[in-house]
Design a protein. Structure first.
Length: 94
């Protein structure tokens, strides 16, 4: 009987945890849908797209209040076959 009550309580806690995570995810996706979206530019590794053209596009749309902010991310270094790492440093941003 104790094992049954314990397993029911544990199952209920897992259910609450999963349902709360799903609710948070749905809520954040709903806000993103109503107030904005992610702008993503992907370029083939073989082709190069000038960064200036992307930045000009972003600047033009920032002045129209279409794009509020942006940031840059790079592809993982293991995607590049010719990458030879000479050194790695970490700057303390504190």
């Amino acid at each position: 009987m104790t094992a049954l009550i314990y397993s029911l309580a544990l199952g209920f806690l897992i259910f609450l945890s999963i349902s709360s995570r799903m609710q948070i995810s749905v809520s954040s996706n709903e806000q993103l849908k109503n107030k904005g979206s992610y702008f993503q530019v992907e370029v083939s590794p073989r082709k190069r797209m000038p960064v200036e053209s992307i930045e000009n596009f972003i600047r033009e749309n920032e002045s129209k209040n279409i794009i509020r902010s942006h940031s840059w991310t790079t592809a993982p270094i293991d995607n590049f076959e010719d990458a030879h790492i000479m050194s790695v440093t970490i700057d303390n941003m504190v």
